[in-house]
Design a protein around this ligand. Structure first.
Ligand SMILES: *Cc1c(COP(=O)(O)O)cnc(C)c1O
Length: 430
């Protein structure tokens, strides 16, 4: 038997070098690459402290004040703190902070409001929707009757007339707005009108722009949505997880039961602790300027790409993300994203609306600015990033992936130099 004192006192670096080295390698990667994956961000050291805390040892089921196990005093304090901060931040009456992820938050809503076989109306995955909104391969797509709306071919904006028409035709019980690769602001009032016209619930999934909503830089889903969900780890800048928000007291038992015991068991309390930290950070005035900077940076990056003749779906962005349509410059998403990664610019290939290419190839790239903005990048840095992206893509279009090495190496030096000026987590792994 190992000496308990050593067990409680030995740090990872002194006990498991393989795991430590992989984590240290990941920190170096994050430090030295420009993170443009829209679903990523960089959490505060305070969030890391909470996530790595002894809260991980505590098991509770149920909700504060109504637990199934004892010893829940501090768990209750913590979860109530997270709930109160979430409702204050988003100006709503109720919050559930237990969802392990955004998909779980959505599934809990489905369970609360629908029966298997009910009809839902949501954005098509190929137009920028999300797997958990009824994609064929997802549980939600297998167990519900899903009808999809899309974007208008002429300008890439949501086809609201189509939403209204499909609602009348299919009489859904639930309409979902919000997506993973839709760059424009959502007209929640128009969605609510469409929902009301057929007596449907409206779910606003603000996973990708929750920080902008909190910071007053995007239209607010309330009072229009009956329920809103979000991930905490994208634009909201917290640890991995989800939240569910609503106003109507009459929905509370259903929505809470949808999460627990509906689709989840016990609470990941260390994640709830870290969510409380992130929500507390988002309530501070500094977060308002973070949100404003995210939007300004997204627009600066978008403008710098367009200035180099690179097409953006929907012509620009109102969110932290944008979608490049590579067809105009004759490239595909897989080849382009690999070249950019070699140049120190990490992003993902992404389908564009009506993409002729299969999902492993795609005709698009998705870029997000949430993580770079957290590091301190401003519009100047993002304009430079846009120029480097254009350099790599132009080279690739001219000479193909085999002969673009010199240009990628030049940009790699530039991206590394910029990253060095904006260090993250100094001394973390020392
Ligand atoms: C990211 C995302 C989610 C949740 O994803 P998880 O990986 O389950 O956290 C849900 N909805 C949308 C629109 C998203 O972009």
């Amino acid at each position: 038997m190992q000496d308990p004192q050593a067990y409680f006192a030995t740090r990872l670096k002194d006990t498991d070098r393989e795991v430590f080295d992989a984590i240290a390698g990941e920190l170096d990667r994050q430090q030295d690459q420009i993170e443009l994956i829209a679903s990523e961000n960089l959490v505060s050291l305070a969030s890391l402290d909470a996530l790595g805390s002894v809260m991980v040892n505590k098991t509770v089921e149920g909700y504060p004040g109504r637990r199934y196990y004892g010893g829940a005093e501090f768990a209750d304090t913590l979860e109530q703190l997270a709930i109160d901060r979430a409702t204050q931040l988003f100006g709503c009456k109720h919050a559930n902070v237990q969802p392990h992820s955004g998909s779980q938050a959505n599934l809990g809503v489905f369970l609360a409001l629908l029966k298997p076989g009910d009809t839902i109306l949501s954005m098509d995955l190929s137009a920028g929707g999300h797997l958990s909104h009824g994609a064929k391969v997802n549980l939600t797509g297998k167990w519900f009757n899903v009808v999809h709306y899309g974007v208008r071919p002429e300008d890439g904006h949501i086809d609201m007339a189509g939403v209204e028409r499909l609602a009348q035709e299919h009489q859904p019980k639930l309409i979902i707005c919000g997506g993973s690769a839709y760059p424009r602001a959502i007209d929640f009032a128009a969605f609510r009108a469409a929902a009301d016209s057929v007596g449907a619930w409206l779910l606003a999934d603000m996973a990708h722009f929750a920080g902008l909503v909190a910071g007053g830089q995007h239209p607010h889903p309330f009072p229009h949505a009956h329920v809103a969900t979000a991930t905490t780890y994208k634009n909201l800048r917290g640890v991995r997880g989800g939240i569910t928000l609503w106003n109507d007291d009459a929905m509370t038992v259903k929505l809470n039961s949808g999460v627990f015991p509906g689709v989840q068991g016990s609470v990941i309390l260390n994640a709830v602790a870290a969510k409380a930290v992130c929500l507390g950070e988002a309530l501070k005035p500094e977060f308002q300027s973070y949100a404003a900077n995210v939007l300004a940076n997204a627009r600066a990056l978008a403008a710098s790409l367009q200035a180099r003749g690179i097409d953006l779906v929907a012509g620009g962005t109102d969110t932290p993300l944008m979608l490049v349509d590579l067809r105009g410059i004759g490239l595909t998403g897989n080849v382009a994203s690999e070249a950019l990664e070699r140049a120190g610019l990490t992003c993902n290939k992404n389908g564009v609306p009506n993409d002729p290419e299969p999902p492993q190839v795609t005709s698009g790239l998705r870029f997000g600015v949430s993580a770079g903005t957290t590091r301190g990048f401003g519009a100047d840095e993002f304009s430079a990033v846009g120029g480097w992206i254009a350099d790599v893509l132009e080279g690739l279009a001219e000479s193909g992936p085999g002969d673009n090495g010199a240009r990628e190496a030049t940009v790699r030096d530039e991206t590394r130099a910029l990253c060095r000026q904006f260090p993250i987590y100094p001394d973390l792994m020392d």
